[in-house]
Design a protein around this ligand. Structure first.
Ligand code: ADP
Ligand code: MG
Length: 254
């Protein structure tokens, strides 16, 4: 059975896609079978996995509208060692089209059932909103991973997300758990970041992952080469941290 996780945070630019792509590559590096689902019309996880979003014959869009299966639409990341269900601008339309349809929030869940045996992990890169697309992600998943920067306003947005997770759990998907908060783009020289990091730990306890992802320019450079940082420069601090994070995920799930 595949373990399905959403990488979510309603803020943009907090490191969701970087986490999704590098966790996928890190898990693949550890021998896990991984599917990465891009649920963001920006298609950054698709491009960052080395799949050209402008050339997708089929994408997650057709899967949500049930005109294609995951098996039809998935592709192999050329360097990443995992499969990708890609996205592009077309997906922005799904938000509107789905509203009219039955089971509008359960489309992805249904589609992923068909490939459940083929993967150990399915990672879903969510858009920066609590939209119908994100809801499809949350209704499909066993858990949510929240990447966050240790900045002053980080905690504020967090309560909205925690409430959304709670509501989805009581009304739509009783399996959904908050797996953990991942501190990303961390710079230990900045006192405020250390303080927020400590606050997070005292608030959320062991929901805060042990591994911390440092700010590392190699992680930011890798997408322009169509590669996860973990593959692009395996010796870089960022890559090493993401492989450690993949290991922590595997261990937590026992
Ligand atoms: P989101 O998907 O939440 O919008 P991204 O993963 O696209 O966020 O990250 C936003 C920007 O920050 C990107 O330019 C990305 O390359 C950069 N970035 C993300 N994580 C790191 C990191 N650990 N170190 C340096 N740059 C990072
Ligand atoms: Mg993103």
């Amino acid at each position: 059975m595949a373990r399905i996780f959403c990488i979510a945070n309603q803020k943009g630019g907090v490191g969701k896609t970087t986490t999704a792509v590098n966790l996928a590559a890190g898990l693949a590096h550890l021998g896990q079978r991984v599917l990465l689902v891009d649920l963001d019309p920006q298609g950054n996880a698709t491009m960052g996995s080395g799949v050209d979003k402008r050339q997708l014959a089929l994408s997650v869009y057709q899967v949500l509208l049930e005109s294609a299966t995951v098996e039809d639409a998935r592709q192999r990341s050329p360097k990443g060692g995992y499969d990708v269900l890609g996205a592009n601008r077309e997906l922005a339309g799904a938000e509107v089209e789905l509203v009219e349809l039955e089971r509008r929030h359960e489309r992805l869940r249904g589609a992923l059932k068909a490939v459940d045996a083929a993967y150990d992990f399915v990672l879903i890169d969510c858009p920066p909103s609590l939209s119908l697309l994100t809801l499809n992600g949350l209704c499909s998943a066993h858990g949510v991973i929240v990447p966050m920067q240790c900045e002053y306003f980080a905690l504020e947005g967090l309560s909205d997300l925690v409430n959304t997770v709670r509501q989805v759990r009581s009304n739509l998907n009783k399996d959904l758990a908050l797996i953990g908060l991942l501190r990303v783009m961390f710079d230990p020289r900045i006192t405020l970041q250390q303080q927020v990091s400590e606050q997070l730990k005292s608030h959320f306890g062991d929901k805060v992952f042990n591994v911390v992802i440092p700010r590392n320019v190699r992680l930011a450079e890798a997408p322009s080469y169509g590669q996860p940082g973990v593959v692009f420069d395996p010796a870089s601090k960022g890559a090493v941290a993401f492989v450690e994070f993949a290991r922590e995920m595997v261990q937590r799930l026992g």
